[in-house]
Design a protein around this ligand. Structure first.
Ligand code: AMP
Length: 577
């Protein structure tokens, strides 16, 4: 039965379906909204807003307000506490997803259901079909750096875990991976292991054991791939020893992982030697991935948005291998697929699948100089090329006109559905008075300053920022972890460059009159950002969905303490001319 179903996956058919759906995106959107509203017409939420069973877009927009997660929190909390009445959805919600929480400082609860699982698989299958057309793979394996988060039961007994964990745990996931010829190298015991350091070590080991079969290296977000190969640099000799002897390192202590790994591991001195000499022969680990896994066709994962700063390092490990950037979605639901896999990650766009939710877009150019006018969203097919929008989601899991908090730009259309470029999170990151700088602005500034560091053959391993208002005037603080020792002179120059690269008029004028003080660059010890990752994982986040918070607020005391306790050097920019 299983085999029969898996055989039925036909990439060409998936592409045909996608073309048909996007050809008539406006109509498909209306039908999708009708279905969502019909399925959930008796819910407390829709009744409360007086929709009274109506399913057309006009009534929907007139009755239902735009909301953020905060507005829905009381409803979601009641669901998590065990109220099985139709609150947000007609069918009871049985699973809760925890968003990675790195953007807000604490994880948010969002509903997860079968429909969300189905749309996730539709996105995966769609982008795979396009990928497979340009980069065909045969039967092989994928080295997937995927991890489960801690799972727990909510007060009402619902299963709760991060969205990626809910997806990985679902049988449909492994079925789909097998049908796409990319089963994971690692056994489930490794993916679902309770300690991600041990899981990571074993993912690497499994990859090496199956090195000739590996065709794809992937993770949900590219950060996990970088993290894995940085770890490889530390533990490669131990991995070789395990392969040579066929005995698993004593660092792996979880019995289920030990048992599963012992079924895979056989003494293989020849393989161990091969890996050993390849590693010895590399210069600064350049091209590590194709050296270790010679039949890899491409590297795959989300490489856009807050993952962009890792691209340089990823290219270093990848050598000539293509980097294919994955789709666009969130714990709240998927939105769009990358159907142009040949585009480099910097110019990737995402085509919205019009049947997986109902999407609206708030034009951002309406907000003149930060004046928040009453938002008037437009429909999926009404967006204009070149414009930026905040995206609003209505989906099959009980979210209605939900502000996701992301800013996207319309780059073009695939048939009649827009192709979106991810710009940044909507939340302002850095602001003291009239200045406004987003995650993207910070990234641009860091990139500019990192070029100075590159002259000393050093790189920024990771970074974040903080708005310091404890002094008068307040100032921006940028934390850097650097790959080695840079001279004070170089770091001072980097600090000045960071300061001068925020080109927002509010910042520049405030700096000139010193209503914002000199920018502070604080260099932290190696491994500090790993400590931050560990901190979030301890709170229930999953490594798979981890995104370094690019701004740490004063209320995020734990992370701020990790950063401040690890500062090794501080530099202030010079006066603004
Ligand atoms: P979470 O639900 O916590 O995993 O985070 C979802 C958020 O990750 C989205 O709202 C986006 O801000 C970001 N994200 C997801 N997919 C992409 C992508 N392909 N490119 C850039 N950012 C993304």
């Amino acid at each position: 039965m299983l085999v029969e179903k898996e055989k039925m996956y036909n990439p060409e058919e998936v592409i045909e379906q996608f073309e048909a759906l996007t050809m008539d995106a406006g109509r498909v959107q209306e039908e999708t909204l009708r279905k969502i509203l019909q399925d959930n017409s008796e819910t407390e939420y829709l009744l409360k807003w007086g929709l009274s069973g109506k399913t057309d877009p006009e009534s929907f927009k007139a009755c239902i307000p735009l909301v953020s997660h905060k507005d829905l929190e009381p409803y979601i909390q009641r669901i998590a506490d065990g109220d099985a009445s139709p609150i947000l959805t007609g069918k009871p919600i049985t699973t809760i997803s925890l968003s990675s929480g790195t953007t807000q400082g604490k994880p948010k609860f969002v509903p997860f259901n079968d429909e969300l699982m189905d749309t996730t698989m539709q996105i995966f299958k769609t982008s795979f079909a396009f990928r497979n057309r340009d980069f065909p793979i045969g039967t092989g394996k994928a080295l997937q750096f995927i991890y489960s988060s801690k799972q727990f039961k909510t007060k009402g007994g619902l299963a709760a875990g991060t969205a990626t964990t809910n997806v990985y745990r679902n049988q449909l996931f492994s079925k789909t991976m097998r049908a796409m010829n990319t089963p994971c190298c690692s056994p489930d015991e490794v993916i679902f292991g309770p300690d991600f350091h041990q899981s990571l070590y074993c993912h690497l080991l499994c990859g090496l054991v199956f090195c000739k079969e590996v065709q794809v290296i992937s993770s949900a977000f590219a950060h996990s791939i970088i993290h894995a190969f940085r770890t490889f640099e530390q533990v490669w000799e131990e991995l070789c020893a395990d392969i040579r002897e066929g005995v698993l390192s004593s660092r792996i202590t979880v019995p289920s992982i030990r048992a599963a790994m012992s079924r895979l591991l056989k003494p293989d001195p020849e393989l161990a030697d091969r890996i050993y000499y390849k590693c010895k022969g590399l210069s600064n680990w350049y091209g590590l991935i194709p050296e270790l896994f010679p039949n890899t066709r491409y590297i795959y994962g989300i490489m856009t948005g807050s993952m962009e700063p890792y691209l340089k390092k990823l290219r270093h490990y990848a050598g000539d291998l293509p980097l294919l950037s994955a789709d666009y979605g969130s714990s709240e639901g998927w939105i769009a697929a990358n159907v142009n896999p040949k585009f480099p990650p910097e110019s990737v766009t995402f085509a919205v699948l019009p049947n997986i939710g109902y999407f609206e877009f708030i034009p951002l150019k309406d907000n003149v100089d930060g004046l928040e006018l009453e938002p008037s969203p437009v429909g999926l097919t009404e967006v204009k090329v070149g414009e930026e929008y905040e995206i609003i989601v209505t989906n099959f899991a009980g979210l209605y006109r939900y502000r996701l908090g992301d800013v996207v730009k319309v780059k073009g259309f695939h048939n009649s559905t827009p192709e979106l470029q991810f710009i940044c999170r909507r939340n302002l990151l850095l602001s003291i008075n009239i200045d406004k700088n987003t995650e993207k602005d910070l990234q641009i500034s860091v990139e500019a300053a990192a070029k100075i560091l590159a002259d000393s053959k050093l790189e920024v391993v990771d970074f974040t920022s903080h708005v310091n208002t404890s002094t008068d005037p307040g100032n921006y603080v940028v934390f850097w972890e650097v790959s080695g020792e840079a001279s004070d002179e170089v770091l001072k120059e980097c600090c000045n460059c960071l300061d001068r690269s925020f080109l927002d008029a509010g910042y520049m004028s405030s700096r000139k009159v010193n209503s914002i003080g000199p920018l502070e660059l604080r260099v932290v010890r190696r491994g500090t950002f790993h400590k931050i990752l560990d901190h979030y994982v301890g709170l229930g986040a999953s490594v798979s969905q981890f995104k370094t918070p690019r701004c740490v607020g004063a209320n995020n005391t734990a992370v701020l303490a990790i950063l401040c306790n690890n500062v090794v050097n501080t530099y202030f920019s010079t006066a603004y001319a």
